[in-house]
Design a protein around this ligand. Structure first.
Ligand SMILES: Nc1ncnc2c1ncn2[C@@H]1O[C@H](COP(=O)(O)OP(=O)(O)O)[C@@H](O)[C@H]1O
Ligand SMILES: [Mg+2]
Length: 265
């Protein structure tokens, strides 16, 4: 049975595409067959984050129009066996795709892949409805900011109204130092507000931005760092493993701050 999972948030710029690319790579690393479906027809960039943009020939729209077969449109990631991308068309009318179209594509992909992960656009309009149409599960990405959390709350309500009840939360761009200084919501604060189970916490880390710019998901390239491990852990939790959450606060607890505490500083 394949799992169709939408990565969504409401708010833009919180890390949906980053999560989709890293999670896809992470699941492929544990030998799963993964198809990433870019549902952001307005501002596609999953191909960029994966470094596959130059190999895009066809898009989901060409498949729907009957201009190519589904298999022809899939871009295989040469770094990881089992990872493919179905790109979105960039410069055509967003309205060209309907929820039924997306369902058709996702259902066809489900025959050959363990995971279909759908990268959702920002907002709650047609692009959102397209992205969630085939999904049986959702990963909500939020940052610990009030606007992102409110949008996430709204989206959770919409998903539930559509019958998607398997919803997990990823809190992205956590800055432990700011949380410690009471300048940023903690993960617990966010959880209390949203009341859906937590599946991942990702620190704010410039290596994520470097990886984005390189077109190489962190879990493929700089895979031995805290944010890469956070993505790997989400993949393992999706697979049903019980993986303890990394305590970002103690990672932040360097020798100096410990000494200061000991000496009352
Ligand atoms: N954990 C993180 N640490 C630092 N930068 C991040 C992190 N997650 C995402 N970003 C950056 O935030 C920006 C938006 O991310 P993106 O995945 O495109 O968001 P969305 O798809 O939700 O619009 C990108 O420049 C990305 O590199
Ligand atoms: Mg995006």
């Amino acid at each position: 049975m394949s799992r169709i999972i939408v990565v969504t948030s409401g708010k833009g710029g919180v890390g949906k595409t980053t999560v989709t690319s890293n999670l896809g790579a992470a699941l492929a690393k544990v030998n799963r067959k993964v198809a990433l479906l870019d549902a952001d027809f307005g501002l596609r960039n999953l191909d960029l984050l994966l470094g596959l943009e130059e190999r895009v020939v066809y898009t989901a729209l060409d498949v729907l129009a009957g201009d190519c077969r589904l298999a022809q449109a899939l871009v295989k990631d040469k770094r990881l066996n089992g990872l493919v991308l179905l790109p979105a068309a960039q410069n055509r009318n967003k309205e060209a795709v309907s929820p039924d179209d997306m369902k058709k594509i996702a259902t066809a992909l489900a025959k050959g892949y363990d995971y279909i992960i759908v990268d959702c656009p920002a907002g709650i309009e047609l692009g959102f409805r397209n992205a969630i149409s085939a999904a049986k599960e959702a990963l909500i990405v939020t940052t610990p900011e009030i606007a992102a959390v409110r949008d996430a709350d709204r989206v959770i309500g919409l998903l539930e109204a559509e019958g998607i009840h398997k919803i997990s939360l990823i809190v992205n761009r956590v800055k432990p130092k700011m949380v410690e200084d009471n300048k940023m919501m903690s993960v617990d604060d966010v959880l209390e507000l949203l009341a859906v189970p937590l599946i991942g916490v990702i620190p704010d880390d410039e290596r994520v931005i470097v990886a984005t710019n390189k077109g190489e998901p962190l879990v493929i390239g700089d895979h031995d760092c805290l944010p890469a491990n956070s993505f790997m852990n989400i993949a393992k939790r999706l697979e049903g493993e019980k993986v303890p959450f990394i305590d970002l606060m103690s990672e932040n607890d360097n020798i100096l701050s410990r000494l200061r505490r000991i000496f009352g500083g």
